[in-house]
Ligand binder design. Structure first.
Ligand SMILES: [Zn+2]
Length: 171
């Protein structure tokens, strides 16, 4: 008898259309196995790198169009309205919740936090766009308009985006 180490289940599926006779009757036996897929690869943060590097210095950067003065957070290297190369500006890290979701399933993106947790769209002071990220607070506490601030962590983290999160701004 052969051995399959990762076999999970073998079952016979029903014809979803309930046909008699089932034209797929000889193909209804289904076997499900579990496989793992892990990859290690190099990922360039490209023109966004300075934003991530400054998170290590507990500074929150955005970009501003030199023509229309629109401020992008997350940063954009080019203003899409004027095709102008933007310039870096520092924001205070304070803002308000514009929208949010409460998530009840663990995420590969935020493996260090247990559900339920809050993802929020935040309008940062001085920015014209919304920044979506983890908001560390009780789901019962979050509401539209909640003042929040960027908080920084020392790590270790695998991706520099995890050096920051939002928290309610009680100051
Ligand atoms: Zn512009």
């Amino acid at each position: 008898m052969a051995t399959i180490t990762n076999k999970l289940i073998r079952l016979t599926a029903a014809d979803p259309l309930g046909r008699q006779p089932d034209p797929w009757a000889s193909f209804r036996e289904i076997e499900i196995i579990e496989l793992q897929w892990a990859q290690t690869y190099r990922h360039s943060l490209g023109k966004y790198s300075r934003f991530f590097v400054e998170l290590e210095n507990k500074r929150f950067l955005a970009t501003r169009c030199p023509i229309c003065s629109q401020v992008w957070a997350p940063p954009r290297p080019v203003c899409p309205d004027h095709l102008a190369i933007t310039e870096w500006v520092e924001l205070s890290g304070r803002g308000r919740v514009e929208s949010f979701s409460i998530l009840h399933h663990p995420s590969a993106m935020v493996p260090y936090i247990q559900p339920p947790y809050v993802l929020a769209y935040v309008r940062l002071e001085g920015a014209d766009t919304l920044f979506a990220h983890l908001l560390r607070c009780s789901p019962a506490e979050v509401h539209i308009g909640l003042p929040v601030q960027v908080v920084y962590y020392e790590g270790p983290v695998a991706h520099p985006i995890h050096l920051m999160a939002f928290e309610p701004d009680n100051g």
